[in-house]
Design a protein around this ligand. Structure first.
Ligand SMILES: Cc1cc2nc3c(=O)[nH]c(=O)nc-3n(C[C@H](O)[C@H](O)[C@H](O)COP(=O)(O)O)c2cc1C
Length: 302
């Protein structure tokens, strides 16, 4: 992509990586690639703000050469879509990606985010553009992203519930399908995610503005299925705000999954609102009714 003049004397000289599918190692999925933003600021002194990945340095240097001799750069500040600006993109996709980024990377810093935005608001600045080091540059809708960050930072939720589950032979899945029907019967926006076929970053994005998180796993070797443990670790690190939770699952003899998941949810700061529901082996019709009622009762609390 060619160099773009953002304002008088300020140029975007970064690079686009269309092929990258993960960021921070496997911990963050990037289905649509990413941009490495870099800015050249020509004033009394010439400054380069650079976070371009090492494989794209040549691209950045070529961009700089279109404007000035790179030897004239006085300062380099090192910090990390072909469609550079918010208004060049579908705003639903942009906001969805922003939400995913917030949920997976910034959620644990929510109180700092809110404090910083309040501080900036007090300065009463007219914000023309927000040019961050990652991703989209906000020139048409800077207010929209600030408003969204405030909402996410404060932990605002909807009448929404996420069920995250894992199963070996589908008993827990049958329970989950009955629970979600109960939630939906109360008008809750409810979604079901089996961890092994889902992208964890996408699940976490949905958890961000959900009031309830329901987690379910059958018992294997006295505890939860391993990928549920992975999800729980992620969740504990992210410290979600303002959420209620509940746990269920199938077992064969000694149990273990439900109690261990409950422990993790408590550690993540989620308020458990119902005793865990445990069904022995394959749920009967009667058991499925119990699951439905379980979902319905939680739906009433949302
Ligand atoms: C490899 C394996 C290990 C298991 N370990 C336990 C266990 O430690 N305690 C227990 O109560 N049930 C145990 N079970 C039984 C399952 O929890 C039970 O079959 C359950 O209904 C499976 O539900 P699912 O189809 O949702 O995976 C085990 C099952 C398997 C296949």
């Amino acid at each position: 992509m060619a160099v773009r003049a953002l304002k008088e004397g300020i140029y975007w000289v970064g690079a686009i990586d269309w092929d990258i599918r993960e960021f921070h190692g496997p911990s963050y999925s990037t289905h649509q690639g990413t941009s490495y933003n870099a800015y050249l600021i020509i004033d009394e002194k010439v400054t380069l703000v650079d976070i371009v990945d090492v494989h794209f340095v040549d691209v950045m240097i070529d961009h700089i050469k279109e404007i000035i001799d790179p030897g004239k750069i006085d300062y380099i500040i090192i910090n990390a879509s072909s469609k550079l600006f918010d208004d060049e993109n579908d705003m639903c996709t942009v906001m969805d990606e922003a939400k995913k980024y917030y949920a997976n990377i910034l959620m644990p810093f929510s109180s700092l985010v809110v404090k910083k935005i309040e501080e900036i608001k007090k300065m009463d600045l007219k914000i023309d553009m927000i040019a961050p080091s990652h991703g989209i540059l906000w020139r048409s809708h800077p207010d929209k992203i600030l408003e969204a960050y405030m909402k996410w930072g404060r932990g605002e939720t909807h009448r929404k519930a996420i069920i995250v589950y894992e199963t070996m032979w589908n008993s827990t899945e049958r329970m989950a399908r009955a629970v979600i029907e109960g939630l939906v019967s109360e008008g809750v926006d409810a979604r079901l995610y089996r961890i092994s076929v889902s992208d964890i970053n996408d699940i976490i994005k949905e958890v961000l503005d959900a009031k309830a998180l329901l987690a379910a796993s059958s018992t294997i070797n006295n505890t939860m299925i391993a990928n549920m443990a992975y999800f729980m670790e992620e969740l504990m690190g992210l410290k979600p705000r303002n959420k209620i939770g509940a746990v269920f699952g199938s077992y064969g003899w000694g149990k273990g999954a439900v109690a261990n998941i409950e422990k993790k949810l408590r550690e993540a700061g989620i308020q458990l609102v119902k005793e865990g529901l445990q069904i022995k082996y394959v749920p009967t019709e009667e058991d499925l009714k119990t699951c439905y009622e379980f979902g319905k009762e939680i739906g009433k609390m949302i």
